[in-house]
Design a protein around this ligand. Sequence first.
Ligand code: HEM
Length: 517
Amino acid sequence: MATVVVPALDSSYGTRSFLTSFSALTLIALIAAGAWVIWSLFKPRPLDTIPTIGGSGPLSSYISSVLFMFRGWDMLQEGYQRHHDGGIFKIPMLDRWMVVLVGRKLSEELRAAPEDVFSLDQAMVDLLHLDFVFGKKVYLNPIQTHLMKTTMTKAIGAFTPDLYHECISAFEEHMPLTDSKEWKAVPCLVTASWLSTKINNRIVVGYPLCRDPDYVDLNINFIVEMFKCRMLFCLFPRFMEPILGHAATNVPSQIRRGMRLLKPVLEDRMRLLEAANGDWSQLPNDMLSWLMASVPKDETLDTMTRRLLGVNVAAIHTIAHTYCHGVFYLAANQELIAPVRKEAEEAIETDGWTKAAMGKMHLLDSFLKEVMRFNGAQAWSLNRIALKDWTFSDGTFIPKGTSIAACATPVHMDPEVYPEPEKFDAYRFYKMAERDGESGSHLAVKTGLDYLPFGHGAHACPGRFFAVNQMKLMIAHLLINYDIELETPGVMPERVWFEAAVRPNPTANILYRKRQT
Ligand code: HEM
């Protein structure tokens, strides 16, 4: 009997034993996994020694990274004030820590650090996911950036009259004038984007593509797709970007749209070149022709389209935003209109609508510089990524892979740098130039550690000469032909912050009518 019972007991015991040992193994695995998660969340990290603005724990830093989206300016200002005498703090973003420098000494060290230590290109690739958006062929061989730095800047004088013609046409279309004294309203930021895209593209792809509504819409809205990538990709591992990008963004379809629009223009130019026996001077003098002459022989339409979208991403929104801020300031401070208008009229009377005339508009230059002191596109500047470990002179260790930047707008708002910084003074830089007996060092295009809207140093924005010239053209044309007013006179529309970026109020209107005096 016993022998019959024992196997049954054995079998039951065997199962329990197996289950018990399975549970024990599972339990050990779970404990190990839990310990690993806790260790990886709480283990000491090289950036731990850098003070944080916001939470620095695994959960609190995520909460702070969300807060940073909406309170970016306040958090940066808090960091600047806490480390006012020079120092370093860090801010949590959804997918990274941003290390931020305060003070001339450290900012200068960042600016002057070797290219193989801190990289702007790699910072943009990393932050804006350019490997997916523009692709390696574009960012590893950035011919368009080289052309913006060289040919385009040299040609500003030659193509300013063309830009002016495009300016007249774009204003006529988007702010048509009648003899009525009644005010008409247009959304200021949207209108600014149309104007800047059309005018800018006169020297990017030329007429008539620069006026094509489909092409204009594509370039204005491409940045929205880039923003989607930025927000979506930061929630997933890098290797998933191509899958997510194709499934959840319109980047691929927008590139195809660009290819469809560019193809006939490129084909026309190829025919023109052939008919001119390869004489490049017979082609329109613009970025598209310069690119055609400079890209590798096997360049595809796809890559060419991405390069041109890249030029637009750098140029049109930065100009549109600054112009729009400027229009709001002029409308809110009506007493500025007469002197700026007078200066523009005098310059144009002697030099016509030329680069030389724009160069004589010193008050307008000072005004634009003041607009950017308040509203540089980003409250930080000199955005870089560390390609190697680096130690700053104060002993702060920055490991390879760290994102880093220097405070910009907090410097612009520091009373020790600019007296009465909260006061918008269109004459501020004009008076500084008069005081110093020369105008050059206080111009809007002059960069420095006290003035960072265009960055500073080797990578300072190469498009700034073009941008300031174009913005002067647009504002001079506006003031010479129009009266402008705000919907609520004297009350500036509230600007909008997202993370460290500021932009003009997107829904505010500007009122306009034909100039009455
Ligand atoms: C108001 C208008 C503009 C503002 C505020 C602006 C601002 C900036 C800033 C802050 C940088 C980074 C500098 C650094 O980190 O040191 C930059 C770089 C750059 N900008 Fe602009 N920009 C403007 C207009 C333009 C225009 C019109 C173009 C082209 C036509 C352009 C092309 C570029 C390029 C190619 C770079 C990268 C330079 C490099 O890699 O060395 N920008 N810009």
